[in-house]
Design a protein around this ligand. Structure first.
Ligand code: S3P
Length: 179
């Protein structure tokens, strides 16, 4: 199992989907699984029951998904806050941190209306606060860190695949058909 962690907007789902196609592994997004279980959007759940309720469900979903082999798992940006989640991800998989600056994230998320933690107030200020609080956890849990900068998705996937290959996490891949 390979888990992708990082801030909202860092590209976990997009990069994860591409990587899963390249490796021929399954792909899962913990937020999508949570919304399926809840039968409502994460935003609605936050409004009705608050963040703690969401975090409980998130932990259960991550613990369950992490049992699967040959899986690329995109996690929610706040998944690393709980030590139990960090432990599960590390025990069952290799963890990749897609690192991005709050400025780049604010640019990518300027039209977002779905992420409850970024609604109301100035998104860049909020992203800076979240980054300061979370970057140490992302670093702590990660086996690999990829600086996303302004790279394209295919370039990031290529870089990540090479790192995973060099580390022996995935078998060597044929060249020339990345992403
Ligand atoms: C959250 C990020 C979201 C989602 C929820 C909480 C967070 O996932 O899990 O809205 O705490 O940063 P993304 O990282 O995919 O946006």
């Amino acid at each position: 199992m390979i888990a992708l962690v990082g801030m909202p907007g860092s590209g976990k789902s997009t990069v994860g989907r591409h990587l899963s196609r390249l490796l021929g592994w399954r792909f899962a997004d913990s937020d999508t699984e949570i919304e399926r279980e809840l039968g409502e959007s994460i935003r609605t759940h936050f409004e009705r029951y608050g963040e703690d309720s969401f975090r409980e469900i998130e932990s259960a979903v991550i613990a369950s998904l992490a049992q699967q082999d040959a899986l690329i798992l995109a996690t929610g940006g706040g998944a690393v806050l709980r030590e139990a989640n960090r432990k599960v991800l590390r025990e069952h998989g290799h963890v990749v941190y897609l690192r991005a600056t709050p400025e780049d994230l604010a640019r990518r998320l300027r039209h977002d209306r779905q992420r409850p933690l970024l609604q109301g107030g100035d998104p860049l200020t909020k992203l800076r606060e979240l980054f300061v609080a979370r970057d140490p956890f992302y670093r702590e849990v990660a086996n690999f860190t990829i600086d996303t900068g302004r790279s394209t998705v295919p370039a990031l996937v290529h870089l990540l695949a090479m790192q995973l290959e060099l580390a022996g996490v995935v078998p060597p891949m044929p060249r020339g058909d990345e992403a």
